[in-house]
Design a protein around this ligand. Structure first.
Ligand SMILES: [Fe+2]
Ligand SMILES: [Fe+2]
Length: 300
């Protein structure tokens, strides 16, 4: 059998997806925590980020290379056409969580939590802090868009730090050098700071790289308050919420909602522990919570 180097092996289901999440967590340590390197000098911070990138596992680098190469303005609009007609499946929220949970990582069954457990860890941390019920529910559903993987989408089209397409790529996006291979780089009109957008047009008018965030946002749109919807839609938009980029595309609503996205981010990133929540024991609470906001079945 021919032995492939690590980054050419085909990775099982969501192996790289989990590795991406670990990478993001390392790159963005909890603000003011002990591990956090929070230099005030932006050049020092850039250096630190370059180190994270250099030390990233080959599979994570390869994941970003593909993501930055293939997420183009046309690709994103194509995926929206394909998935935002919601003709894939009909299922309720709990059912969707169980469906997502069939995404199995056989690489490291001892240390990785299942998808359902990550959702429950996030939502239970929010619940422990006595936050509003809609926010607990937002935590529970925030990654349900990853069912895109189960429709056969490659991981680079499901997860990853999201960024606007149709305008210049910020150099504060992770691995900016991989954009060199993105076909949009050859289109001058897509490479000005504004590109196809107007200054202050608002993020709602901006196409972000396609993935699980936009998909679950669109599904939840009629049912959750605006703050929750911002959390869903922009939870992977690190260039905006952690790097302060793209403010020139934002309107006042976006700016006032940013704090909610950051508020949510701490629960998503920093509650991962090896203590596994028990889905059977928690199901009745979540069934009630879901029924409070969502119909019994939804089109996906
Ligand atoms: Fe996510
Ligand atoms: Fe998450």
């Amino acid at each position: 059998m021919v032995k492939l180097p690590d980054d050419e092996k085909s990775h099982s289901d969501h192996e790289v997806m989990d590795q991406w999440e670990d990478f993001v967590k390392e790159r963005y340590p909890k603000p003011h925590s002990e591990e956090a390197f929070n230099p005030t000098d932006p050049n020092k911070q850039k250096e630190a980020f370059r180190d994270y990138e250099q030390n990233a596992r080959p599979s994570v680098r390869e994941f970003y290379r593909q993501n930055h190469t293939h997420q183009t303005y046309d690709f994103v609009r194509e995926k929206k056409k394909q998935y935002l007609s919601f003709s894939q499946k009909e299922m309720g929220i709990w059912e969707a969580a169980e469906f997502l949970n069939t995404l199995v990582d056989d690489s490291d069954p001892d240390t990785n939590l299942s998808q359902l457990q990550h959702l429950l860890q996030t939502s239970e941390a929010i619940r422990r802090d006595d936050r509003p019920r809609w926010m607990i529910l937002t935590g529970f559903i925030h990654d349900l868009g990853k069912v895109l993987c189960l429709y056969g989408e490659p991981q680079w089209a499901v997860v990853g730090d999201t960024f606007p397409v149709g305008c210049a790529f910020s150099d504060r996006i992770v691995f900016p050098e991989f954009f060199a291979a993105n076909p949009d780089m050859a289109q001058a009109e897509l490479q000005t700071p504004l590109g196809v957008y107007k200054e202050g047009c608002g993020l709602d008018a901006v196409h972000l790289s396609w993935g699980h965030d936009e998909y679950v946002y669109q599904i939840a749109k009629p049912y959750l308050p605006a703050e929750g919807l911002y959390m869903l839609r922009y939870h992977s938009f690190y260039p905006w919420h952690r790097e302060g980029q793209y403010d020139y595309l934002c309107n006042q609503t976006d700016r006032s909602m940013l704090k909610w996205v950051l508020d949510f981010n701490q629960y998503d990133l920093y509650t991962k522990s090896h203590e596994a929540p028990d889905p059977v024991a928690l199901k009745p609470f979540y069934e009630d919570l879901i029924a409070e906001f969502f119909p019994a079945t939804l089109k996906w």
